[in-house]
Design a protein around this ligand. Structure first.
Ligand code: NAD
Length: 527
């Protein structure tokens, strides 16, 4: 049954591709209606039957072609990403296209091994005669709901994993980046993916809501915590499993013995790449007091050298933000800090001379935990730096928000850093680096606490797209199961001795259990 949209939800009938660097609307698309979303899911379900039944070698043919096409057209695809999302061309190529190619290559190489049905040897002596197998089956239709900040890598990563595992996919991209999603669809079509196995339904949140309430078998949602809660609630109604990749406020802990040059450069890249619009961007920096002043001085010096400009220009390092709404939120978080006593050391202003959505990277100090910049996710070029007395205080502050996506520790004492990593409540901790783990295809990506659950990428990300099925085989039918009816006093006594044989710490008791165990295995039952 098609679910109506919740009352009060505004439905956008069109979505637009806008160049954030100029504000130019360069394409417009009709949003999918709820009926079209449900039709897409039904078609995907029908197509999945034969797709999921194909042997790997046949399923891999269009996926290998997709790899070749994406590789051949890498610069073209990167340019499209820049045009719709605004990020510098180098970032579009590295963080989107190259990461996607890596992931595809990785899964094509290892998926046949990981997804193969495996023998499961039994532990208990009473079960030793039987054979068990664990199979990994496709789930059916996977619904992917994606954000705009990595419009190729995020939806394509989930799609590749789902398809390789034998599922069909319906993708609902962000309303800000429909063209990149439609490019993915085009590439799959050219690669010869069978009809119906992959669909894109463009639209806003109401289209996402229609997908979340449709007849799907799993949802992979990437986006904000607020939307994630709605999607999780919709999925719970039908007990549909979900992967939740949500927002973060990743802390960076800079210890007294850190390499300052490395740490300051790392902080700047990990905060301001993608114009600060990355889930795992460094969003709060805690620096031990002894090096705080020199850290701040170096950061400000370097931030002032960052080159703002359109992502299409090869020298641009920080592009525009995605939409006016995002700048307004960032400004309100910054103003909240200023009103409460924070100081902005550089940036923090719009740059209309460059384009409608440019915002100068800001470094903010004299911040405290009452301010939104330390409590909420800041999704733009804003770096708050906080002095801390010691590591314990840094860890307390790091763990003080509801988020738990990733964190970084910067120090020359790697052994100590590994111990500290255990005390940080996040899905990942990087030592002397940040952000880059999301680009490593083998790393399971995902959060703790309100940053979500489930994993994408790596082996875990592939397994999320499968249902575990256990198959049991008892080759000998002439032996009755010792635990079948009939129950009587003798059986109870035998089972008691069997338990001793299995688990007792006394060798004598275990030996005493041997005859009872043999008796049990040869037991005659009336069934
Ligand atoms: P968002 O929550 O506004 O939107 C995400 C997607 O959900 C979009 O496609 C949107 O149309 C859709 N949507 C909106 N309302 C919906 C509803 N009621 N039901 C179903 N779908 C709905 O997030 P955004 O602004 O696109 O992305 C930014 C957020 O995503 C940030 O918080 C960022 O940290 C997070 N993010 C997390 C990860 C991660 O891996 N953890 C990666 C990228 C982005």
């Amino acid at each position: 049954m098609i679910q109506p949209f919740p009352t009060g939800v505004q439905v956008q009938t069109k979505v637009q591709s806008i160049d954030p660097a100029t504000g130019e609307v360069w394409q417009e698309y009709d949003s999918a209606t709820p009926q079209q979303v449900h039709d897409a899911v039904a078609k995907a379900r029908a197509a999945q039957q034969s797709w999921g039944a194909l042997p790997f070698k046949d399923r891999f043919v269009p996926l290998r072609k997709l790899f070749n096409l994406l590789f051949e057209r890498r610069m073209e695809v990167a340019a499209l990403i820049t045009r719709e999302n605004g990020k510098p061309a180098a970032e579009a190529l590295v963080a989107e296209v190259i990461v996607s190619l890596d992931l595809l290559k990785y899964y094509l190489r290892y998926a046949p091994v990981w997804l193969r049905t495996k023998r499961l040897p039994h532990e208990n002596i009473a079960l030793k005669m039987r054979r068990g197998y664990v199979a990994r089956e496709p789930l059916g239709v996977v619904g992917i709901i994606a954000p705009w900040n990595y419009p190729l890598m995020l939806p394509l990563g989930g799609t590749i994993a789902a398809l390789i595992a034998g599922n069909a996919v319906v993708l609902k991209p962000s309303e800000f980046t429909p063209a990149v999603a439609l490019e993915i669809e085009k590439l799959f079509r050219e690669a010869g993916l069978p009809d119906g196995v992959f669909h894109v339904v463009v639209g806003d949140g109401s289209t996402g809501a229609a997908l979340a309430t449709s007849d799907i078998n799993k949802i992979v949602f990437t986006g904000s915590i607020a939307t994630g809660k709605k999607v999780a609630a919709a999925a719970a109604e039908k007990l549909v499993p979900v992967v939740m990749e949500l927002g973060g406020s990743d802390p960076m802990l800079v210890l007294r013995d850190a390499d300052l040059e490395h740490a300051t450069s790392g902080a700047i890249w990990a905060r301001f790449m993608n114009c600060g619009q990355s889930c795992v961007a460094v969003k709060r920096v805690f620096v031990e007091q002894g090096i705080y002043d020199s850290f701040v001085t170096k950061v400000v010096e370097k931030v002032k050298r960052l080159r703002l400009g359109p992502g299409s220009h090869p020298d641009s390092e920080v592009g525009p933000m995605i939409r006016e709404r995002q700048i307004a939120v960032l400004e309100s978080q910054l103003n909240d800090a200023i009103v409460k006593g924070a100081t902005v050391l550089c940036g923090g202003k719009r740059r209309p001379d460059l384009g409608p959505l440019f915002f100068e990277p800001a470094v903010v100090v004299k911040v405290n935990p009452t301010m939104k910049v330390l409590q909420e996710e800041t999704f733009g070029p804003l770096l708050p730096i906080v002095p801390v007395r010691n590591v314990d205080e840094a860890i307390d502050l790091a763990n003080s928000t509801p988020h738990g996506l990733s964190a970084s520790i910067w120090t020359s004492d790697v052994k100590r850093a590994r111990e500290l990593a255990q005390r940080i409540e996040t899905g990942a901790v990087l030592i002397n680096d940040a952000v880059s783990h999301v680009g490593a295809c083998e790393v399971p990506h995902g959060g703790a606490k309100a940053s979500g659950y489930g994993r994408t990428h790596g082996r875990d990300g592939l397994m999320e797209m499968t249902r575990t099925k256990y198959v049991d085989l008892e080759p000998k039918t002439f032996v009755r199961r010792p635990w079948w009816f009939s129950y009587n006093q003798k059986l109870l006594a035998q089972l008691n001795r069997f338990a001793e044989f299995q688990f007792s710490r006394s060798l004598l008791e275990r030996l005493r259990g041997v005859p009872a165990t043999v008796g049990l295995l040869r037991r005659k039952t009336w069934l």
